[in-house]
Design a protein around this ligand. Sequence first.
Ligand code: KG4
Length: 339
Amino acid sequence: MSVTILGIESSCDDTSASVIRDEVMLSNVIASQAVHEAYGGVVPELASRAHQQNIIPVVAEAIKRAGIDKTELSAIAFTRGPGLMGSLLVGTSFAKGLATSLGIPMIDINHLQAHVLAHFIKENEEDNHQPNFPFLCLLVSGGNSQIIVVKSYKEMEVIGQTIDDAAGEAFDKCAKVMGLGYPGGPVVNRLANEGNPKAFTFSKPHIPGYDYSFSGLKTSFLYTLRDRLKEEPDFIEKNKHDLCASLQSTVIDILMDKLRKAAKDLHISEVAVAGGVSANSGLRDAFQEHARKYGWKIHIPKFAFTTDNAAMVAMTGYYKYLDKDFCPMDVAPFSRVTI
Ligand code: KG4
């Protein structure tokens, strides 16, 4: 008998719902919240209010686009954490109400694991691009920069992570000081495409193991702007392409150096990337280059599955459903949790 899972994602500023039948995605609806742009970052209180308004139409649309009736659902998977507490509460409470009314189980999902398992979403029956275990996954988003050894659908080990800022945060904070708006990552990426990545040199961290650090780079970027602006008031405007290209190439070098080291030490040549920063074209090019140079088999997600989406939640829910790994109705969200 087929297994049909409704996934619900509401951890930050995207309200999303998706239906997956067995491993094939039937729908994936995402409502993003433009309200935060004016504030230069996500405002938690506004995010939870927008989730409240969006959740019913988004879930209804996901069920409609999937061409199913809600009574065909086997279970409801929802993001339990990490994320913003008010945002998580909306998705969790909605999942409780719908699961209770349909008399079906609930499955709690770790958002970070879901980003990793996004690589297993099939868009049709013939889709067979899924990674083989074990593989390495570089998870890079606004809140995380981790290297994960993925041993199975449920066994994942974080072998390195940022000790301060995340890669996406470095992009966003540097973009903010250049007055480029929020979120900064996509803007930096666009401007970097027309800049010289060797125009400026910013500091790289020297820390042992597979951990990352991006706060030194942020400070070095800030000091360069401060010093050059004293001599040339329109320094940023004149050099924004080169500044973005140099910043982007430094972030990518930092990420790839540790990932290469991990792949070599652990003798793993299947490598994936996940999370919002995996939309970065420079990082995607670096993966392609590593595939050619080091024989890596690489897995780069489609743009729709890089940022927060419910298809990855439903996919993770599907594997937990097969293990009958359900959660009780009195489950509460976690704002902080690791893999
Ligand atoms: O995974 P995500 O959607 O949300 C969480 O952080 O959970 O990631 C958002 C992050 C932001 O920091 C954003 O600036 C960054 O991903 N990002 C990018 C690009 N697109 C999104 N960073 C660099 N280049 C991009 N093209």
